[in-house]
Design a protein around this ligand. Structure first.
Ligand SMILES: Nc1ncnc2c1ncn2[C@@H]1O[C@H](COP(=O)(O)OP(=O)(O)OP(=O)(O)O)[C@@H](O)[C@H]1O
Ligand SMILES: [Mg+2]
Length: 239
């Protein structure tokens, strides 16, 4: 029997080769997703720049050109054009700032993931407990992905869960960051129900990370996200 079991196992159990094959296809899929996501993100940035700052700069150039034409003959009109040009620079600046904020929120750059997540939870209309233990700073793209994942998960709790409280736990065990967002609402979270959870999954898979949703009817909902990453610097030097 034992020999038979061994034989069956050797025939049926996944071999190292088949596991590797599986891993390669997983990686190919996540790479394709990453490329798609990045292409979409690039298109968004391009469009925002085109419709926003670029348009402002074009009108700024025109106002300055016209002012230059009339400055001798009609200084009053020139002054008006200069005021317009100035307003256009203010608008262009604020649009550029908004764009940059969408790429890397300033709160993350200033306070790191820890402070940014605390600020997010403090601003939540729902009582949200925060428990963070990360002994250092993480690479910026990982911080960004984790921050947006927490933001989306908290938004979901507020929008869908009818919960009385939520909890966010962040840990780093030396090899991976784990992010857990849970709530005591009615459950029913579904990755295929919208674009939010799927978006998180895409973002995380770019870093070989995972998202697991546990949300039975009646609740509670627990969203577990894991991201392999190294700490980039000890906390003392970053704060
Ligand atoms: N914490 C939660 N509690 C209960 N249901 C949830 C929770 N989070 C998500 N859901 C359910 O799962 C679905 C999918 O969530 P997802 O974030 O992907 O989409 P969405 O929030 O509906 O839309 P968006 O694309 O704007 O994020 C939601 O429509 C909602 O029904
Ligand atoms: Mg959502």
């Amino acid at each position: 029997m034992r020999a038979y079991a061994r034989l069956t196992r050797s025939l049926l159990a996944p071999t190292e080769r088949s596991l590797l094959k599986q891993r390669v296809s997983q990686l190919a899929e996540s790479r394709a997703d990453t490329v798609d996501t990045q292409a979409a993100e690039l298109r968004r940035i391009e469009r925002d720049l085109h419709d926003g700052a670029q348009a402002r700069l074009v009108s700024l150039g025109m106002s300055l050109g016209l002012a230059d034409d009339v400055v001798e003959r009609d200084p009053e009109a020139a002054r008006e054009l200069l005021a317009e040009a100035r307003a256009a620079t203010t608008l262009a600046l604020s649009e550029l700032r908004d764009l940059v904020r969408g790429i890397h929120p300033p709160v993350l750059a200033d306070r790191g993931l820890d402070g940014a997540v605390r600020a997010l939870c403090l601003a939540s209309p729902l009582p949200t407990e925060v428990d963070i233990d990360i002994p250092g700073r993480l690479p910026a793209p990982v911080e960004s992905a984790a921050y947006f994942a927490v933001a989306e998960s908290i938004t979901n709790v507020i929008k869908h869960a009818e919960a009385s409280k939520a909890r966010v736990v962040l840990r780093h065990d030396g090899e991976r960051l784990s992010v857990v967002v849970s709530d005591d609402g009615h459950g029913g979270a579904d990755e295929n129900g919208g674009t939010g959870l799927r978006g998180i999954q895409r973002r995380l898979s770019a870093f070989d990370g995972t998202l697991v949703v546990t949300s039975p009817p009646g609740g509670p909902t627990v969203i577990v996200m894991e991201l392999p990453c190294e700490l980039s610097s000890p906390k003392t030097s970053s704060s």
